[in-house]
Design a protein around this ligand. Structure first.
Ligand code: HEM
Length: 486
């Protein structure tokens, strides 16, 4: 067993509760290290041109007294790319469809997000945000400088990321060149360039502001590859299986292919995601070489817990539930490092209910294809209406401008003086009273109820099916890819 940072082929590697065998196909430390000092240079050049073009347009409108030009970088790009060499290259780069793209496969990949919506979201929150996001030193040093991890702004940022995910997975035209998800991804690419340009500018004037020798260029190529693994790979191997949900191998291939294309549009290398096996090895290499905690990690994890533990009704989930889920998914070692305390037995029971719920749903969806299609269609439609069509829909503009001397520290959650989310269930006063007494939210109530129901049904099924039950279980639940877990 090895936890070394430079494993050799054949070594059994165990990191953060995940165990696998290192092979010569895993990206090595030597291979990935230079990527820390590389970045999306085309996006950076395009940003500079857009600033220059806007500067001229602002002067012109001041002189003529005409309305100011749009500050939306995507609009400026769309209106000016044809007359500018750098912008034309950027436009062409993002609008060229690589020959490996199979649109039918990508459409299937988009469905994965909705098929397993609840475990995807819970996994994203407790593993993606608490562990992965908090434990990549170069990334968190950028995040604390953009203020997006302040408890005042964090929920907004999570919502924006969620909006982007819904936009890119809405339907096939959305992610094809010209679609709204495609445009949103180009906006995010320009936003990344803005953040990088600003931090580098401050670091040029005051080198102590950001240690590029240690952390690399802000939002560098390596961090971007790592982020893509967090979006595309972690649900498959670090999140859903921990809830008892095992995506099929075609689900995995399709979702990875989808994010390979997203990687292309956002200006990150695609060769690390050519297929599921390569993507898994990339994720494992990131686990070994990139995931480690610092004092800043504890700040990020603390603020995140403060925010999600104070969600308003009906999304409220108790801190106990979040801690139990985090301990279960990220393991004791990582949680101790991040100061995420353990939870009481009741919280683990609720979390078990949650696992029964999502396992039961996955099982039913696999048994009844019509239900699967309905679930995907229903969640897709309503999330788009609620999140993307909301009045305050984000254009991914540059809001949290880094400044010397400004960095996010540990913050308690306060929303206009409101300290705690309301665990009340809106229309059920009796349940609401119970919920407030035991500090349990509507979602947890649903988990507990559904969990009990599913558990009862499973026991009944086993009793009635007798010896055929294990065969049915194997056919529909058989782990496709749990080999990595210790
Ligand atoms: C390549 C994969 C990546 C994807 C798909 C991605 C996605 C996104 C999305 C959707 C947003 C807008 C919503 C939000 O504000 O959260 C965003 C913003 C941001 N991303 Fe990324 N990201 C990636 C890589 C990175 C990396 C490697 C960093 C390094 C720290 C980073 C840092 C940021 C920052 C600082 C913002 C917020 C800027 C602001 O709102 O002022 N991202 N990203």
């Amino acid at each position: 067993m090895s936890t070394r940072s430079s494993p050799q082929p054949g070594d059994q590697v165990s990191n953060w509760g995940y165990t696998f065998t290192w092979t010569e196909k895993h990206p090595s430390k030597q291979e990935i290290e230079p990527l820390r000092h590389q970045y999306d240079t085309l996006g950076a050049s395009a940003l500079e041109r857009l600033h220059a073009i806007r500067g001229v347009a602002v002067e012109e409108s001041k002189a003529k007294g005409t309305p100011m030009p749009s500050s939306d970088l995507y609009t400026l790009l769309r209106d000016n790319y044809a007359n500018d060499e750098v912008l034309s290259r950027f436009w062409e780069d993002t609008h060229t469809v690589p020959d490996w793209v199979d649109w039918e496969q990508l459409a299937r990949g988009q469905k994965f997000f909705y098929r397993y919506l609840i475990p995807n979201l819970v996994g994203f929150a407790v593993q993606g945000f608490i562990a992965e996001n908090s434990a990549v030193p170069g990334v968190i040093e950028v995040l604390v400088r953009t203020g997006g991890f302040s408890t005042r702004t964090l929920l907004g940022r999570i919502l924006e990321t969620f909006q982007w995910l819904i936009q890119i997975t809405h339907d096939l035209p959305a992610i094809q060149p010209g679609g709204s998800g495609h445009a949103a991804t180009m906006r995010v690419r320009l936003l990344h360039s803005s953040v990088r340009q600003r931090i580098l500018h401050l670091a040029n004037n005051r080198p102590s502001y950001f240690n590029t020798a240690k952390y690399g260029i802000p939002i560098n190529t390596l961090d971007s590859i790592h982020s893509i693994t967090a979006f595309a790979c972690n649900p498959m191997w670090l999140q859903l299986p921990k809830f008892g949900v095992h995506p099929s191998s075609s689900d995995i291939e399709d979702y990875i292919a989808f994010f390979r294309y997203v990687s292309h549009v956002i200006g990150s290398p695609t060769e690390y995601f050519v297929d599921a096996d390569t993507a898994k090895k990339t994720m494992e290499s990131m686990l070994v070489h990139e995931l480690r905690t610092t004092e800043t990690s504890r700040v990020i994890a603390f603020n995140f817990l403060e925010c999600v533990g104070n969600l308003p009704s009906p999304f409220y989930a108790s801190m106990g539930f979040i801690r139990a889920a985090s301990r279960w998914v990220n393991g004791r070692e990582m949680c101790e490092e991040l100061d995420v305390r353990g939870a009481g037995v009741f919280s683990y029971v609720v979390f078990m209910g949650y696992c029964c719920l999502v396992m039961g749903m996955a099982w039913l969806q696999r048994l009844i294809p019509g239900l699967d299609e309905w679930t995907i269609g229903f969640t897709r439609k309503h999330l788009y209406e609620g999140i993307v069509n909301r009045r305050s829909r984000s254009l991914f503009d540059f809001k949290y401008i880094p400044q010397v001397g400004k960095s996010t520290g540990r913050e308690r959650f306060t929303k206009d003086g409101t300290e705690k989310g309301d665990s009340a269930l809106l229309y059920a006063p009796v349940l609401s009273t119970v919920a407030n007494i035991v500090d349990i939210g509507a979602f947890e109530m649903a988990c507990l109820t559904a969990g009990l129901f599913v558990a009862t049904m499973m026991v009944l099924a086993i009793l009635f099916m007798g010896k055929t039950a294990p065969a049915v279980y194997t056919a529909y639940f058989a782990p496709h890819s749990v080999a990595g877990f210790a």
